[in-house]
Design a binder for this molecule. Sequence first.
Ligand code: NAP
Length: 257
Amino acid sequence: MPNSGPVHVLLLAGTAEAAALDAALADDDGFRVTVALAGVTRNARPFHGTVRRGGFGGAEGLAAFLRDGAVDLVVNATHPFADRMTAQAVQAAAACGTPILRLSRPAWTRPKGATWLPAEDLAHAARLLPSDATAFLALGQRHLAAFRGHAARLAVRSIDPPPPDLLPTARWIVGPPGQSVSEEQSLLVQLGVTHLVARNSGGTAGWAKIAAAAALSLPVIMIARPAQQAQDTVLNATAALDWLRSMPCWSPGRQPR
Ligand SMILES: NC(=O)c1ccc[n+]([C@@H]2O[C@H](COP(=O)([O-])OP(=O)(O)OC[C@H]3O[C@@H](n4cnc5c(N)ncnc54)[C@H](OP(=O)(O)O)[C@@H]3O)[C@@H](O)[C@H]2O)c1
């Protein structure tokens, strides 16, 4: 029997790569896209696919969604550090026999001559930070607990003002990341930073601070991405589109129902 109806793709989103794949699928009648957002971002960008906000309720909840929603394919394009969602997506897809792809941007690599101190996780990063350091924590408010009570001088930048009890002795810079290397360099110098602490998120948006630290010969305590189960993985939306079109359930002749 010939295939009929568009292939239903569940796109686990929350990144620029997810937005790029959503845009790439917009003009393809062979796919119907449900875009899932955790619902944590206040001003989420518009999508072409049908947006669904909020968690699924663990791997079981996601498996139920895959079955009830007749999802054909899953693309997990969540943030490289979204390890809970990633593990649950693999588990749910396996339980339903639904093919799944991990779309995750490339990790940053150390610029030539730069000093990177590799850390396994936030707690390890805190241990690597000398007590006499002045550290710039490029981590986001949800990832600071490991530095509570640390003897080093701490500076943190966040878009939103911090709650009063979160790192009360830290110096807060409220605002978005700097757009250029020179802007980031000026800030690091002005704060007297001796160490940068960052997660290896990859991508262009956060790269300026890493390049700025390298230009100033500041060591970067770089937190590695969480380990993931073996799965099909691509680095960009174009490769994800190729994967979707390589699936047996898709064919160029599939038309909207
Ligand atoms: N981690 C970061 O630094 C970062 C940065 C930028 C954007 N984001 C985005 O923010 C979201 C949450 O990040 P996180 O680090 O909290 O992830 P996480 O720890 O892996 O996930 C926490 C819970 O949030 C729900 N969830 C996560 N992503 C979802 C999605 N795309 N659609 C529906 N539910 C989702 C799931 O709830 P249930 O168990 O109820 O299903 C999951 O168990 C992710 O979508 C990620 O792409 C994260």
